[in-house]
Design a protein around this ligand. Structure first.
Ligand SMILES: Cc1ncc(COP(=O)(O)O)c(C=O)c1O
Length: 421
């Protein structure tokens, strides 16, 4: 029996689930008639889900954007995988790891709405996206378009390509409050020339939480014969992410961020007809040019980490993307709505609720981001991260589903107190 269909069916029937999912499923079974939007604000309900997390008592963690700790049912499963692989050692590696990895990649491809022939498991978003940037068959003078607000490692990788192949990278600057999707689409389009080969876009900009209109950018780029690579580090398992619907050419993400897989898991999607166009990073024994496994040779890896992906998928299915997405958006709007109009507070995240989800960025006039992050931690026990980038200067605030309203009230009081200084 296909394990994923089994979990889905069991969730629907509310029975026969693996032990580690039972309590989570019971909690959701009790609210099965409640609309996801209405459930999002039921803090008493989410307090039960919070019990799955072992949280430090000495600070409020509002930096789940880097990595979110595993809830203990997933942590226990992970530890069991470490023991299991260690017990069977080379027997596992030779006899089972290949089929396990294949099965998990297939289940991931169902979650991403693509074919299993278009997806590989990597170690993180960096590996996924750099595989594409580095593997692209660049010619001197080729152009790539990206944004000043993109993730540093990918911008650095394009710089490397400038030195290695003589490509030209062009940067746009994404406005925090666009008047509509077309404004963003035109911004990227304005940089296209006959030499443009690739556009890199963030699905959700990590420093501001801004969700970009990926499908519209892809349609525009394809009309110009330009390919699009999506940095989905923050969108996968956070907001709807269907490869079919996005119609991008490449999509890379980390699975240790919003899917809650163990650290060191990522995924790369490549549209079938683009696979043959990339050079692999590490040589692999001859395979057909359009076999995606040609790009996935990384030697001996910590396979127990990959086994944790399946548990994370199952856990995610029990929660349900819609319920997770609504809860995360509710939490962000809860605190941002309370301070949006404060004269000394600046929100570096779109006001339109459909242009962001869990992540938002807040600054206070006259206080450098680093200082703000230090005050929040030292004086108010709130852990965030300072961001000092073009048009995004402030602290990134990232709750996760376990975050309580009480914690967000503490953030709001702290921000107001600091602003009123
Ligand atoms: C937008 C974006 N892209 C890529 C990455 C890289 O992710 P990782 O470090 O898991 O490879 C991050 C990490 O925070 C990110 O925010």
């Amino acid at each position: 029996v296909d394990k994923r269909s089994f979990i889905k069916k069991s969730v629907l029937l509310g029975m026969g689930l693996p032990l580690f999912l039972e309590s989570l499923a019971k909690n959701f079974e009790q609210v099965k008639g409640t609309d996801a939007f209405d459930l999002a604000s039921e803090d008493e309900f989410w307090a039960k889900i919070r019990n799955d997390y072992i949280l430090k008592q000495d600070y409020i963690n509002l930096e789940n954007g880097y990595y979110c700790m595993l809830p203990h049912p997933l942590l226990n499963q992970y530890i069991e995988h470490v023991k299991e692989v260690n017990l069977h050692a080379s027997y596992y590696m030779r006899k089972k790891q290949g089929q396990d990895k294949k099965r998990i990649a297939k289940n991931l491809s169902e979650l991403a709405h693509c074919s299993e022939e278009e997806l590989i498991i990597t170690r993180n978003a960096t590996e996924s996206l750099d595989l594409v940037i580095n593997g692209f068959k660049w010619q001197k003078g080729d152009e790539a378009i990206m944004a000043e607000q993109d993730y540093g490692s990918m911008l650095d990788m394009f710089k490397l390509m400038e030195g290695k192949y003589g490509i030209v990278s062009k940067r746009v600057s994404i406005p925090n409050d666009p008047s509509n999707d077309e404004e963003i689409v035109r911004l990227y389009e304005s940089q296209i020339t006959s030499k443009t080969r690739l556009i890199m876009i963030c699905h959700m900009v990590n420093i501001s939480g801004h969700i970009l209109p990926v499908r519209k950018i892809c349609d525009m780029a394809h009309a110009h014969n330009v390919e699009v690579m999506v940095d989905g580090a923050h969108s996968f398992a956070h907001i709807p992410c269907s490869m079919k619907e996005l119609d991008c050419d490449y999509f890379g993400t980390s699975l240790h961020k919003w899917l809650n897989a163990p650290l060191g898991n990522g995924m790369l999607y490549i549209k079938k007809e683009k696979i043959a166009k990339l050079w692999p990073l590490f040589a692999e024994s001859p395979k057909s040019e359009d076999d995606i496994m040609r790009l996935n040779h990384t030697g001996t890896t910590p396979v127990h980490t990959i086994l944790g992906i399946q548990d994370a998928i199952d856990y995610h299915e029990v929660i349900g993307l819609d319920r997770k997405n609504q809860r995360l958006r509710f939490l962000q709007r809860y605190w941002t709505d309370k301070i949006r109009s404060h004269p000394k507070i600046v929100l570096n995240t779109p006001e339109d609720p459909m242009r962001s989800c869990a992540i938002a960025n807040v600054g206070i006039k006259g206080i450098p981001p680093k200082e703000l992050a230090n005050i929040l931690l030292d004086k108010y026990g709130i852990w965030t991260v300072a961001i000092n980038r073009p048009s995004v200067e402030g602290c990134r605030i990232t709750p996760n589903i376990y975050t309580s309203i009480k914690e967000l009230d503490s953030l709001v009081s702290a921000l107001k107190a600091i602003a009123e200084g």
